[in-house]
Design a protein around this ligand. Structure first.
Ligand code: GLY
Ligand code: MN
Ligand code: MN
Length: 460
């Protein structure tokens, strides 16, 4: 937990953006896996964590802008709770640690909100992403199911996004801790893979290391010899000499801050020639994107800088052809790079995605519907203190290649016979995390091995 002043100051900044009314934040509840008492690992809502730092389930908070008070709602532990879960600090003492002025039992929340609604006061709340939170909002505010999303407060969303998007030095230090753990995880994986091993052994070691560092993984591990499937969570394959392994994993610290790193490395001691050629294109794209990072630069441009390098690399291989700018505008590069160059990162690995990417990554601009570009989560101009990922990749996706070829899609830019020669190479990506500074950007945490030489040296 950060010092009490951190939470007090975050809340007072938030409240200063409103002329009056109530700001309602609901924490998360336990989420049953297969029966009520067997739950998924509890994860607090990130916005609740940001303003209150309290990890326990079933909390809520109301900031009354007019009265300048903050009330945390929850239940004190019963003797049964203590018997099953141990002696825990009281709600009052936990709230006091984060500077909340008052605590009340959960039943008081409905009464307080009912009075506010009757008095015509504004009750601002954020769009819910869990079914139980939607239900709770319906009940608390007497809303019909379809009204919940519609009534979510745009000014509240914008205020939270503005604040959470700019990381303070103490948040950056926490993210760098997550990255340091994650770099150690990646180095371990690069050293440990060998023919005969299963993908799940690598995935298991990644989870172990994140837990041993005091946190957990920030998102499900991708540990696969089929990196061309972008979010591949299958770990059943046995590794063979000649396979290329894509690892996308990041730790989350005890306070909930994420890292997000990807490495691609050979199962055997060396990359083969084609893997090397493709990795060099990915790394050139990464370097170009990183060099483009600066305040004021729209991240859409950073994306196109990365894609331009990939398209040029594909041209050098004879796979793509034609005028680069025309090809980029038409989306030809998306055949091998169908996702965006990166996204914001913080308390969520895709930071604040639950509040709406239109607010987080587009700030009101329209989002493209073109294949590839529609998956760019962050397009808006970068600002100092933003934290984001840079994650270019090149993927040979047989089903996509066959579909586009059968349609003759963008055939003036893609030589499908040449492309077909690469269909068994799979997918390669590299990913690191950056802070936008006053004049450019700085990589967060230690550098991970990512060149052909660095990776082969680490494998010994
Ligand atoms: N780890 C998911 C992503 O890179 O966006
Ligand atoms: Mn990732
Ligand atoms: Mn990412």
């Amino acid at each position: 937990m950060f010092p009490r002043e951190t939470y007090e100051s975050r809340r007072s900044t938030l409240m200063s953006r409103f002329d009056g009314g109530l700001l309602l934040l609901l924490g998360n509840s336990e989420s049953p896996m297969n029966y009520a008492d067997n739950c998924y690992l509890f994860r607090q809502d990130s916005t609740f964590l940001y303003y209150f730092g309290l990890e326990q389930p079933d909390l809520a908070a109301v900031m009354d802008v007019d009265a300048d008070t903050t009330i945390v709602f929850g239940e004190e532990h019963t003797i049964d709770d203590i018997v099953w879960m141990g002696d825990l600090p009281s709600l009052a003492s936990r709230a006091e640690r984060v500077g909340a002025t008052d605590t009340r039992p959960t039943t008081d929340l409905a009464k307080l909100l009912g009075r506010a609604v009757t008095a015509g006061r504004a009750v601002h709340f954020l769009p819910p992403y869990r079914a139980e939170t939607k239900l709770r909002l319906q009940n608390l505010l007497a809303l019909a199911p379809e009204e919940v999303a519609r009534e979510a407060s745009e000014v509240f969303i914008k205020a939270v996004v503005d604040q959470r998007a700019r990381k303070t030095p103490e948040e950056v230090a926490e993210i760098e801790r997550a990255v340091a753990t994650s770099v150690a995880m990646h180095e371990t994986a690069i050293r440990m893979v060998r023919p005969g091993m299963k993908e799940m052994e690598v995935a298991a070691e990644m989870e172990r290391m994140a837990l041993a560092a005091g946190g957990r993984i920030a998102y499900p591990v991708i540990a696969t010899i089929n990196g061309q499937t972008l979010h591949n969570h299958y770990y059943g394959n046995t590794l063979s000499e000649g396979d290329i392994f894509l690892l996308d994993t990041g730790a989350e610290t005890a306070m909930g801050y994420a890292a997000d790193l990807t490495s691609t490395f050979p199962v055997g001691p060396h990359f083969d020639e084609r893997q090397k050629v493709v990795l060099e294109i990915v790394l050139a794209s990464y370097e170009a994107a990183v060099s483009a990072l600066a305040p004021g630069v729209p991240n859409r441009e950073v994306h196109f800088t990365a894609c331009r390098t990939i398209f040029e690399g594909m041209k050098d291989l004879g796979v793509m052809r034609g005028d680069t700018e025309e090809a980029l505008a038409a989306g030809a590069h998306a055949m091998v790079m169908p996702h965006g160059i990166g996204h914001m990162m913080g308390l969520d690995v895709h930071d604040m995605e639950n509040l709406g990417e239109a607010y987080v990554g587009y700030a009101g601009e329209p989002r493209s519907t073109q294949f590839g570009l529609k998956s760019l989560r962050l397009a808006r101009p970068l600002e100092p203190d933003f934290v984001l990922t840079i994650e270019p990749g090149v993927y040979f996706i047989p089903q996509l290649m066959d579909l586009w070829r059968s349609e003759g899609r963008l055939a003036s830019f893609i030589d499908y016979d040449e492309l077909d020669k690469w269909r068994d190479v799979g997918g390669l990506r590299t990913e690191e995390d950056f802070l936008i500074t006053a004049h450019g950007a700085r990589r967060l945490g230690p550098r991970k091995p990512q060149t052909v030489q660095e990776i082969e040296e680490l494998k010994g």
